[in-house]
Design a protein around this ligand. Structure first.
Ligand code: MN
Length: 426
């Protein structure tokens, strides 16, 4: 369905650096408005530029696509476009690919249109791209679940008995999902620092990041209708980076028996550009072998993982960033298709704009652990930053930045950044 828009040899007349996350092979979707003023509209990205899809739509660029006449690009969110389905998303990406390739003069040689449609990225304020309905967070990294289980229950009981049979998850909070660049306030909450003393209320002393990725639901499913695992990807609009900020001391005291609550719901940061599965298709790969084999309704054909390199960086206030970890989306035990099929298997209706996140993505090596909890092993092995400072958790003024990309031959299909600065508690 992606057609030749994924051809590695394609080049755009817009200059794109080799390490840019937004070559002509990506063409993600987002929402922004010019800093000079104007309404929110749907955008795409190419190199260091943002493409205004509302302007292109008015120019007739999409008249031959299913988006024609829908006004979906004149919306302040992607939801209307997401609801149109994969045929529409693919058609738009292919139309953009054609307009931007180096042998097409339609937009390149139309100075008046180009001026209005192609804006320098630093002249555009990117916004939360989706009106997020429900937010679900899974726990799909075997390495992460094993690390955390070992810390809290010992190596013998690290994985719970259900873990290898279903993608464990919980219902999160969508109201506090924010876009990269928004600041995060250190939460207050109830903790019990001393098991021999009563609990106390105050600022969390163990704020952490979680390196995750998430996917947005395009067309949903009717209540009561399961989604076969083989059809699950047709419901997925695209993917973003997710930092599921966590207060470990609050989590430790509150999480039993119903799971995390206030420890997780104060903020979740996502990256502004949604990368489509079409753009990710060349990077599809096998996930880990699943043993025991999942039950039939979770068994899919073909590869369900994607080779997406992931990194987390931490910069103290006013200082340079240090890379804390390197992981990969392909390490996840449960695929997105399995997560989605499991979510709907009991009859739960997923809706356009829902966000389903992976859970912390840890890998097999010490430096691929996707949270500070694991990297610093509960604070017992603090990390040393390049500046010499130590960290067992995130400190006030620290900026945490997630990034991720697929490495092609001479180009990268990337997600940009998912960044947030931690402010002191009120
Ligand atoms: Mn999480």
């Amino acid at each position: 369905m992606a057609g030749d828009a994924n051809d590695p040899k394609l080049r755009s007349w817009v200059e794109v650096a080799a390490n840019s996350h937004f070559p002509i092979q990506n063409l993600p979707f987002g929402v922004g408005c010019p800093k000079a003023g104007g309404e929110l509209r749907v955008c795409s990205a190419i190199g260091d530029f943002v493409l205004d899809l509302a302007v292109l739509d008015e120019s007739g660029a999409f008249d031959e696509t299913p988006v024609a006449g829908t006004e979906a690009f004149h919306e302040p969110t992607l939801n209307a476009f997401m609801a149109l389905g994969r045929e529409a998303w693919s058609a738009i990406r292919q139309a953009l690919s054609r307009l931007l390739r180096d042998d097409c003069g339609e937009l390149r040689d139309d100075a008046e249109l180009r001026e209005r449609a192609l804006l320098p990225a630093d002249a555009v304020e990117l916004q939360l791209p989706v009106d997020v309905g429900d937010y679900t967070d899974f726990y799909s990294s075997r390495e992460h679940a094993t690390n955390v289980g070992t810390m809290f229950r010992g190596a013998e009981n690290a994985l719970m008995p259900n873990w290898l049979h279903l993608p464990v998850g919980y219902h999160g909070r969508s109201s506090s999902i924010i876009v990269s660049g928004a600041q995060v306030r250190r939460p207050q909450g109830q903790t019990r620092p001393d098991d021999a003393q009563p609990p106390v209320f105050g600022a969390s002393r163990m704020v952490d990041f979680e390196l995750e990725m998430g996917f947005f639901i395009g067309p949903g499913n009717a209540s009561g209708d399961a989604v076969p695992v083989g059809e699950a990807e047709s419901h997925i609009f695209g993917m973003v980076l997710v930092n599921d900020w966590s207060a470990r001391d609050i989590q430790k005291w509150e999480y039993q028996p119903l799971g995390p609550f206030l420890a997780k719901n104060f903020a979740t940061t996502i990256s502004p550009w949604v990368v489509t599965l079409d753009a990710l298709e060349p990077f599809r790969c096998a996930g880990p072998a699943q043993e025991p084999a999942p039950l039939e309704n979770l068994c899919g054909d073909g590869d369900g993982a994607f080779d997406i390199a992931l990194e987390v960086w931490l910069a103290p206030d006013g200082g340079d960033a240090t890379r804390l970890c390197q992981s990969n989306f392909r390490y996840l035990y449960w695929s997105m298709a399995q997560q989605l099929a499991h979510h709907a298997s009991g009859g739960c209706n997923l809706r356009t704009g829902d966000l389903l996140a992976s859970g912390t993505i840890s890998g097999p090596t010490d430096d691929s652990r996707g949270s500070m909890l694991e990297l610093a092993w509960r604070g017992e092995q603090p990390l040393t930053l390049d500046s010499g400072e130590q960290r067992g958790s995130i400190q006030d003024g620290d900026t945490v930045t997630l990034t991720g990309w697929c490495q092609g031959d001479g180009y990268r299909v990337g997600f940009g950044e998912c960044s947030g600065k931690l402010l002191p508690a009120h």
